[in-house]
Design a protein around this ligand. Structure first.
Ligand code: NAP
Length: 322
C-alpha cells in the first residue's frame, strides 16, 4: 500500500521538504499505525531539516513528532488503544508529516472528544515542554509569578494555560499586538512587547520592583543576560529556546541566589513523561488546556509552514492537514 508523505532526502532549506508517494510503514511489535488528520509543526522540525538540530535524523526521513488522528491498526498485545480510537502522538517512528504514521505503543495517547484533531496536533511538544519547564524543572508553587518570554507561540500559550491552573501570576511577552491579545486571552495577567526598549522596566514595575520568580525563556541568546536582572530572590530561568550565544553577568545570579536551568523535552525520563500525559489528559478533559491553532496548511505546503514558523508574529500553532 502507498501513501503520501513529506520526505527529506538532503539537509537544507525548507525547499528540501518534498511530498512523495511512499510505502505505508509496516506494523512491528508493540506498535500502532495512525491515520493522521493533522500534524503539528514545531521549530525543532526546522532545525532537524537543516541538519543543525540537537539530533540529526538519518536520511531520508519524514519529519514531525506531533500527530493527531485515528488508529488504523495495532499489533497484537497493544491494549490501551484500538482501531477507530482518536489519538495524539508524542513522537513517532516513521514521521508525522504523512497520511499514516507508525508509532510505538508508548508514543500513542487517547485524544478526548472535545479536542479537535488540529488541536491534538499541537499537544505534545508545546504542552509537554510547558509543563516540564514549570513543574518538573522550575518546581513552581501557587502564588509565584512567572514571565513567559515568548507567550504568543505554541509553548508560550501552553505555559499560560498551565500557569493559570497552577495559581501563578503570569506575565507574557509577544512581538505583535495580535500576539499580546492572544496571550492575555489565554491567561497572562500582564503583557509586554519584547521589542519595546523599555519592556524590562515595565516588567519590574509590574512586580513592584521585586522581579519574577520564574522565567520561561524562548530566545535565550537574545534575552538571558537581561532575564537575570528581572529575577526575584531565588528566581529560576528555564532556557527552552536559544539560537546562538549570549553574554551574562554571573553576579546577577549570585546576588539573588538565582539559577539557570536548561531543558530538552527529548531528555524527559519515563516517569516524568507518564506524569505529563496524565496531566494532559485531565487538563484536556476539564477544558483547562485548549491548544490554539493559528494556521492550517495542506501537507503539500510543509515548506511554507517551515518558513512561517520562524517568522515574527507567532499566533498559536501551525498545523499541516494531509
Ligand atoms: P513558536 O510557536 O514559533 O513561538 C515562538 C515564540 O518566541 C513567539 O511567542 C515569539 O513571539 C517569541 N519570540 C520571538 N522573538 C522573541 C524575543 N526577542 N524575545 C522573546 N520571545 C520572542 O515556537 P514554540 O513552539 O513556542 O517554541 C519556542 C522556542 O522554544 C523555540 O526556539 C523552540 O525551538 C523552543 N522549544 C524548545 C523545546 C525544548 O525541549 N527545549 C521544546 C519546544 C520548543 P513573537 O512572534 O510574537 O515575536
Amino acid at each position: 500500500m502507498k501513501m503520501k508523505a513529506i520526505r527529506v532526502r538532503q539537509f537544507g532549506g525548507p525547499e528540501v521538504l518534498v511530498l512523495e508517494e511512499v510505502d505505508v510503514p509496516e506494523l512491528g511489535e508493540k506498535q500502532v499505525l495512525v491515520r493522521v488528520h493533522a500534524a503539528g509543526v514545531n521549530p525543532a522540525d526546522t532545525y532537524a531539516r537543516s541538519g543543525g538540530g540537537s539530533a540529526k535524523p538519518e536520511l531520508p526521513y519524514t519529519p514531525g513528532s506531533d500527530a493527531a488522528g485515528v488508529v488504523e491498526a495495532v499489533s497484537p498485545g497493544v491494549l490501551h488503544v484500538k482501531p477507530g480510537d482518536r489519538v495524539y502522538t508524542a513522537r513517532t517512528i516513521s514521521g508525522a508529516y504523512a497520511e499514516l504514521a507508525l508509532a510505538s505503543a508508548k508514543q500513542v495517547h487517547p485524544l478526548p472528544e472535545r479536542v479537535s484533531f488540529e488541536q491534538g496536533a499541537g499537544l505534545y511538544v508545546p504542552y509537554g515542554t510547558a509543563y516540564r519547564a514549570l513543574r518538573q524543572i522550575a518546581h513552581v508553587r501557587a502564588g509565584e509569578s512567572a514571565l513567559v518570554h515568548g507567550a504568543s507561540g505554541g509553548v508560550g500559550i501552553a505555559a499560560l494555560q498551565f500557569g493559570r491552573a497552577m495559581g501563578l501570576t503570569l506575565l507574557g511577552t509577544a512581538g505583535s499586538e495580535k500576539g499580546r491579545e492572544l496571550a492575555k486571552r489565554e491567561g497572562a495577567h500582564h503583557v509586554f512587547d519584547h521589542h519595546d526598549p523599555k519592556y524590562r522596566d515595565a516588567i519590574l514595575a509590574a512586580t513592584n520592583g521585586r522581579g519574577v520568580d520564574v522565567i520561561l525563556e524562548m530566545l535565550a541568546d537574545v534575552n538571558l543576560g537581561h532575564d537575570l536582572q528581572m529575577l526575584a530572590p531565588r528566581g529560576r530561568v528555564v532556557v527552552i529556546g536559544s539560537r546562538g550565544d549570549v553574554t551574562l553577568t554571573p553576579r546577577d545570579l549570585m546576588t539573588r541566589d538565582a539559577s539557570i536551568h536548561g531543558m530538552l523535552l527529548w531528555n524527559v525520563p519515563e516517569v516524568d513523561e507518564i506524569e505529563i500525559h496524565a496531566v494532559l489528559a485531565t487538563g484536556l478533559e476539564e477544558g483547562v488546556l485548549r491548544p490554539v491553532v493559528g494556521k492550517e496548511l495542506p501537507l503539500a505546503e510543509a515548506a511554507r509552514a517551515h518558513r512561517e514558523i520562524l517568522e515574527p508574529g507567532a499566533y498559536g500553532k501551525i498545523v499541516l492537514i494531509p
